[in-house]
Design a protein around this ligand. Structure first.
Ligand SMILES: C[S@@+](CC[C@H](N)C(=O)[O-])C[C@H]1O[C@@H](n2cnc3c(N)ncnc32)[C@H](O)[C@@H]1O
Length: 260
């Protein structure tokens, strides 16, 4: 039997990378929700894409430190979450220690092992760009969501090609060093090495994702930019952080599993 060791090794590298980032993840600009009104802006945007009432069963994939989890709980959903990394799980659990309608587990979003048609919606932020076996993931999500339920993907294009974008990131990093605000830890060598080998290694666009999810059986697509959230984040952000906004062409895409 031939085992695809490449995928196994890559997934392990992804796990190690996020394990090391967990401690300072909330300090990275626009990961931890710090701006006044930011959580409410996310609630409005995500709530409109999930399009479900309070009490709906939502599966959150790759919850990280639990920032989007807070949004889903505030919307009144019952949340089940999966993440690949123990140190992320520990942080999210501590953050939401008193939440009643929340279950968080270690798990692989590409093979959730959730029961068939068990969730009203699936929500994820910044997972799809790092998928190793995207086809397996999309067909698993199609299996797990109930007929009529929606998949909500918040993501961006992390392959920065243009010179302007690369200069903006460099200037931002330079300013962070001057200000002494670069406390968050990113291993860029590991990040770039992983990025060069994942499926979306030439960049993730909503149009490409839409075609792939259409092929997996989803319909009724909605794609928006994140401007309602970005405008709130921009208000009090330092210049070093504002320079980063927009670099990754972030989007929110949602689609529906057809009714049976
Ligand atoms: C950029 S962080 C995003 C965290 C959170 N969704 C947020 O937006 O704040 C990426 C997260 O994806 C998780 N992850 C990466 N690949 C995964 C997989 N195959 N299954 C589950 N989680 C995964 C990592 O452990 C990490 O917590």
């Amino acid at each position: 039997m031939i085992i695809d060791r490449q995928n196994f090794v890559l997934k392990e590298e992804i796990r190690e990378y996020w394990t090391r980032r967990a401690e300072t993840f909330d300090q990275s600009p626009f990961h931890g929700m710090r701006a006044p009104g930011e959580k409410e802006a996310w609630m409005k945007l995500i709530g409109s894409h999930v399009d479900r009432q309070e009490g709906a069963d939502v599966l959150e994939l790759a919850f990280g430190t639990g920032e989007i989890t807070a949004v889903l709980l505030a919307l009144g959903y019952r949340v089940t979450g999966l993440d690949l990394v123990e140190s992320m799980l520990a942080r999210a659990k501590a953050k939401h220690a008193t939440a009643k309608s929340l279950s968080l587990y270690l798990g692989d979003a590409e093979d959730t092992r959730e029961p068939h048609a068990s969730h009203d919606a699936i929500v994820m932020r910044h997972l799809v760009w790092t998928l190793v076996d995207q086809a397996a993931a999309f067909s698993d999500w199609f299996r797990v969501v109930r007929p009529g339920g929606r998949i909500v993907v918040i993501d961006g294009n992390f392959v920065e090609k243009s010179l302007i974008k690369r200069l903006r990131r460099r200037l931002s990093t330079f300013l962070e060093r001057l200000q002494g605000t670069s406390a968050h830890y990113i291993d860029w060598a590991a990040h770039n090495s992983i990025l060069s080998r994942v499926y979306f290694n030439t960049g993730l666009t909503p149009e490409h994702l839409r075609k792939m999810l259409q092929n997996a059986g989803f319909e009724d697509f909605r794609i928006d930019n994140l401007e309602p959230v970005r405008s709130v984040q921009r208000r009090k952000a330092r210049l070093s952080d504002r320079l980063k906004l927009g670099l990754s062409e972030s989007f929110i895409l949602s689609c529906r599993k057809p009714n049976a």
